[in-house]
Design a protein around this ligand. Structure first.
Ligand code: AMP
Ligand code: FES
Ligand code: ZN
Length: 308
C-alpha cells in the first residue's frame, strides 16, 4: 500500500476515506482536516483566544496539539471531577502535556471550588447516574472558566463517533429540540456565554487515536469508570458495525444531516435568558441547572442529617 500523498510506503489505512498515508502525510491530513472544519464552520480565527477543555484523553489532547501546531492562541482547562484514580491519572497526563508544550493550563478541582462538590458525592446524594450530574457540572464550569478568563471561544474534543452516536440517539427518539441544537458551532445565547465549538466533529475516534499515537502524546487510555453513557456505547457499537460493512457511513450520516436535514429543524429561540440568582450565570429560571443540582444535594444532606 502506498501513501496517497507522497507514494512512500503507507502505515495508516483509512477505509472511510478510501485512502492510506505514511506517518508524515497522515499528520498533515489530520491537521488540515481540523483546520478546514474550523475555517468552513467559522469556528474561530488566529486572532481569537481559545479555551480548550482537555480531559487527558486522546481526542482533547490531539485537538490541543493540532491547534498549537496550526498556530492558534490556546490555553487549556482541566476539571478535576474527583473520580478517584481515573481523575488523578488524567490530571497528571494533562499537566505533563502542558509542561512539555509550554502552554498555559487552568486546573479547576471541583473539591476546591466554593460548593466543594465532586461528582461521586453529587451522584450519591441525589441517587442519580454520575454522568447526568457530570454533564451539568462540566457545562457550568466550562462556561464560567471561559467567561472569567475572557476567552472568545470554548473548544471540546467531541469527535465524529460522539457526534454520530448522539445523532442516532436523537433520531431514534425524534428529539426535535436536540436535533435543532446539534451543530459543531453553538453561538452564545447570552452575553455571559462564549461560542462553543467541536473542531473534531468530522474526525473519527480511530483517526484521533492514531494521531495521538504517532505524535507520541501520552494520554489516559481508560474510560471513566462510571461506564459513561452506556447507551452511547450501544449506539457507537452499532455504528461501528455499519462502518465496517459500509466505510464512510458515519461521516456521511453526520455531514449529510448538517447539510441537508439540520436547516429544516428550526431551533426555538431561547426565551430571553436571565441570570441565575445564586451564581449569576445565564439561566431560564431563578436558578440555573447547576445551582438547582447543588441545592438538591444540600436539601438531601440536611434531610439525612435530621434523620440520623
Ligand atoms: P466526554 O463528555 O467525556 O465525552 O468528553 C467530551 C469532551 O469534554 C472532551 O473531549 C473534552 O474536551 C471535554 N472534557 C471531558 N472531561 C473533561 C475534564 N475533566 N476537564 C476538561 N475537559 C473535559
Ligand atoms: Fe463524567 Fe465519567 S466523565 S461521569
Ligand atoms: Zn447558578
Amino acid at each position: 500500500m502506498k501513501c496517497r500523498r507522497c507514494t512512500a510506503k503507507a502505515t495508516v489505512q483509512l477505509r472511510s476515506h478510501n485512502a492510506a498515508f505514511c506517518r508524515g502525510c497522515f499528520l498533515f491530513f489530520f491537521q488540515r482536516n481540523v483546520e478546514r472544519s474550523i475555517e468552513r464552520e467559522h469556528m474561530f480565527t488566529r486572532d481569537e483566544r481559545v479555551l480548550v477543555a482537555v480531559s487527558g484523553g486522546k481526542d482533547s489532547l490531539a485537538l490541543w496539539d493540532t491547534l498549537i501546531e496550526l498556530g492558534y492562541q490556546t490555553e487549556g482547562l482541566y476539571l478535576g471531577l474527583g473520580i478517584g484514580a481515573y481523575s488523578s491519572a488524567s490530571q497528571a497526563k494533562t499537566e505533563r502535556f502542558a509542561t512539555d508544550h509550554g502552554v498555559a493550563l487552568h486546573v479547576v478541582p471541583l473539591e476546591d471550588e466554593a460548593d466543594g462538590l465532586a461528582i461521586p458525592e453529587v451522584a450519591a446524594a441525589t441517587r442519580r447516574q454520575p454522568c447526568a450530574a457530570c454533564g451539568t457540572f462540566k457545562r457550568h464550569y466550562f462556561d464560567r472558566a471561559a467567561r472569567d478568563g475572557g476567552f472568545d471561544v470554548l473548544a471540546t474534543g467531541h469527535n465524529l463517533d460522539d457526534e454520530a452516536a448522539r445523532l442516532l440517539g436523537n433520531v431514534l427518539h425524534w428529539q426535535l429540540p436536540y436535533l435543532a441544537k446539534q451543530q459543531p458551532v453553538l453561538l452564545p445565547t447570552h452575553p455571559r456565554f462564549v461560542r462553543k465549538v467541536r473542531p473534531l466533529f468530522r474526525t473519527s475516534e480511530y483517526e484521533s487515536a492514531t494521531y495521538a499515537f504517532l505524535r507520541g502524546i501520552d494520554y489516559v487510555v481508560e474510560e471513566c469508570p462510571n461506564a459513561h453513557g452506556a447507551t452511547q456505547l450501544v449506539y457507537k457499537d452499532l455504528l461501528n458495525r455499519l462502518e465496517h460493512t459500509m466505510p464512510g457511513s458515519k461521516l456521511a450520516f453526520v455531514t449529510d444531516f448538517l447539510r441537508r436535514a439540520h436547516p429544516l429543524f428550526n431551533a426555538a429561540p431561547d426565551a430571553g435568558l436571565g441570570e441565575c440568582e445564586r451564581c449569576g450565570m445565564p439561566s431560564a429560571g431563578e436558578l440555573c441547572g447547576y445551582c438547582r443540582l447543588v441545592a438538591e444535594v444540600e436539601r438531601r444532606r440536611h434531610a439525612t442529617a435530621a434523620h440520623s
